[in-house]
Design a protein around this ligand. Structure first.
Ligand code: HSE
Length: 399
């Protein structure tokens, strides 16, 4: 029996118990041994819960128990998760985590400790929930230079944008509805302002380039300023608005960004709706690949965590090399990144043309007193310069 301890008995922690119970036989076969939950660490008690007698409140019990070979971190947030995980690794215990905040901030250090200890620190569930993407990047796609990763990495915002698109609603109304149904957090800031997606693309970019990409360096815009009128313009052009987290390798280095983009029907992420996530990858020898599925939620995320436990069981006392050093990767300045822009302005067409030259104007019959237009491809820097003289109501990048 491989004995594990779960830190945090919330959505993910209880999901891990459920997955282990549901598929115990096949999991044991694949892991080569049974998996037994020895402890669950939580501040709360769970009277009446079948796992009630496993619940403890003192982390020392886990850290000091040599029988515990795997620690599952499902607490979320950087602290005390970081302190607990580091201590577990230093005590020779393998760790799997679903915590993107922890991985984005301390991933390189924790990977290095696991390597030194010849054990494993795995984090498949930290990006894309149940969608396999960390393991593919670290094994299946290692023959490639990954030139682009672009993902819809946040289910809450994709749900909100889908509902705005299909039902013509305003952002605030959809958010309120999503909160009342439990789809969005009571404090939705991390999701709607793009911070969650930012940490996830920081993790993916770090894995792709093998160095530390600080999430603070990634330009991040959320969807809270997207309006029903923006969606009307997008529809008039046959486009949809999606929150993309994107990272590209250019001659000058890696460019990364999180922002709402308008996508054409030809774009592989065009049809990814509701709470689903998807990650598009372009490799220099592979070409294109797409990973699509349940990017959040109790069981999909727990499925990825348990798969990490199985991988750990298959590699006990053998480190699976993950190339992600603590050396910082400086990203290319956002001003150099290029795209087309959709703009709504309170100025007239002549003023727009005097600043931008030839543009494509977009008419929406229900909207008056403003002009909407599409620019040609230009750098962010160039766009900012030209738009400086314009009364801009909205601008959204177009891919
Ligand atoms: N809040 C996240 C989302 C959960 O909406 O995608 C998964 O990280």
């Amino acid at each position: 029996m491989i004995k594990i301890a779960i830190l945090g008995y919330g959505t993910i922690g209880s999901g891990v118990v459920e997955v282990l119970n549901t598929n115990s036989e096949s999991i044991a076969k694949r892991a080569g041994d049974g998996i037994e939950v020895k402890y669950i660490l939580d501040l709360r008690d769970f009277p009446g819960d079948p796992m009630e007698d496993k619940v403890i409140h003192d982390y020392d019990v886990i850290a000091n128990d040599p029988e515990v070979e795997v620690v599952v971190e499902a607490m979320g947030g950087v602290e005390p998760a970081y302190t607990f995980v580091k201590r577990a690794l230093l005590a020779g215990k393998n760790v799997t985590t679903s915590n993107k905040a922890l991985v984005a901030k301390h991933g390189a250090e924790l990977i290095a400790i696991a390597k030194e200890q010849n054990i494993n620190f795995l984090f498949e569930a930290s990006v894309g929930g149940g969608i396999p993407i960390i393991r593919p990047l670290n094994s299946s796609l290692t023959a490639d230079e990954i030139e682009e990763i672009t993902g819809i990495l946040n289910g809450t915002t994709n749900y909100i944008l889908s509902k705005m698109t299909f039902e013509g609603l305003e952002f605030a109304d959809v958010l309120k509805d999503a909160q009342s149904r439990g789809y969005a957090e009571a404090d939705p800031t991390a999701d709607v302002e793009g911070y969650d997606a930012c940490r996830k693309i920081a993790i993916l970019t770090s894995l792709v380039c093998g160095q530390q990409v600080d999430f603070e360096d990634i330009y991040t815009e959320g969807i809270s300023k997207i309006t029903a009128d923006d969606i009307k313009y997008a529809k008039a052009m046959g486009l949809v608005i999606k929150l993309l987290a994107t990272s590209r390798k250019t001659k000058e280095g890696y460019c990364a960004m999180v922002a709402p983009f308008m996508l054409s029907q030809q774009h592989p992420l065009y049809s990814v709706n509701d709470v689903f996530n998807a990650i598009f990858v372009h490799g220099n020898v592979l070409g294109d690949a797409m990973f699509y599925g349940s990017g959040a939620g109790k069981l999909p995320t727990a499925s990825a965590v348990v798969a990490d436990i199985v991988d750990i069981a298959k590699h006990l006392h053998k480190n699976i090399l993950i190339s992600w050093s603590s050396k910082k990767m400086d990203l290319v300045d956002k001003g150099r990144s290029e795209s087309r822009f959709f703009v709504r302005s309170a100025e007239d067409k002549e003023k727009v043309q005097s600043l931008f030259g030839e543009v494509e104007f977009v008419e929406v019959p229900q909207i008056s007193g403003e002009v909407g237009f599409l620019t040609g491809k230009m750098s962010e820097e160039e766009f900012e310069k030209k738009a400086d003289g314009l009364n801009v109501i909205q601008r959204i990048r177009v891919v």
